[in-house]
Write a protein that binds this ligand. Sequence first.
Ligand code: UTP
Length: 288
Amino acid sequence: MKVKKAVLPVAGFGTRFLPATKSSSKEMLPLVDKPLIHYAVEDAVKAGIEQIIFITGRGKRAIEDYFDISFELEFHLKFQGKEELVEKMREISNMADFVYIRQKEPKGLGHAVLRAKDVVGSEPFAVILADDVIEAKRSGTQQLVEIFEKYHCSVIGLEEVSPEDVSSYGIVAGKEIEKGMFKLDTFVEKPPKDKAPSNTAIIGRYVFTPAIFEELEKTKVGTKGEIQLTDAIESLSRKEVIYGKILEGKRFDCGNKLGFLKATVEFALHDKEINSEFEKYLKEVIKC
Ligand code: UTP
C-alpha cells in the first residue's frame, strides 16, 4: 500500500522562540525566503505524498493563508508584470491537497497526531515535524517511505546525537539488521544522560501503520504533562515490528535559536542569488 497522506502537527506554542512566536507561528519562520513549513511540505511531496493534514491551533492562520491562493497578491504581481512570481506563488498552493484540523489545546505531539485519525482512516501515513529541516538527496520522508514499501512496517527517522543531548529527544535502542537500520525494542522519551539506552534519537520523520491510533487512544499523559507520541510507539512495538533508519543527509534542528541560525547561515551559503555576497560579509564579520 502506498503512503499518500502526511500529518504535520503545527499546534505547539514554540516557547523557545518567544517573543517571536507570541503572535505568529514557529513554522512560519523563514530560512532565507521560505518558511520552515514549506520545506516540510516539500519533504513530503518528494516522497509522493498527495494530501497534507495540518494539525493547527490558535494563531496559526498564516499557515492556511500561505498554502492558499492569494488573489490580491497575484493581481498586484500581474499588474507589475511579474508573471514569474505569480507562477511561483501558484505552485505553492498546487503542491498538494491541504486539510486543516484544530487541536483545541496543545496536549502534546501524540495528542496532535491522534486528531488526524478520522481523516487518515485505515491507510499508512507519514508524520513530519517542520522544525527538523533535512537537506538530503532523497528527502527524509522519501527514505522512510521506501522502507515502508519494502517491509510494510512503521519506520522512524533516527540520528546519532551526542550523549549531552539525549535528554532533548526520544531515545531508542534495538538490533541493527543492516547498516543504519534497526529493529527497535526500546523507546524512552527525553531520558537523563545516565538512563538513556543509547544515543540514537528519534527525529521529526515517521511513517506509521494506522494501528498507531489505537495506541495513542490508550496513551496516558506522560513526560511534561503531555500525551507523548514516543509512548504510543513503545506500546505499538509490542504488537508490530517497528524499524528505525538513520537518515542520510544533514538535519537542522530549527526548533531552537542556535539550530535555526546555523540553518539560516548554511541555506544562505547555498542560495545562488546571495551566497557570494553573504560569504564575503561573513568573512568581514568574523575578522572583526
Ligand atoms: P515541540 O516539542 O517542538 O514544541 O513540538 P513546540 O511547542 O513547537 O516548541 P517549544 O518546545 O515550546 O519551543 C514538536 C512539534 O509538535 C507540534 C509542534 O507544533 C511541533 O511541530 N505540537 C506539539 C503540536 O502540534 N501540538 C502539541 O500539543 C505539541
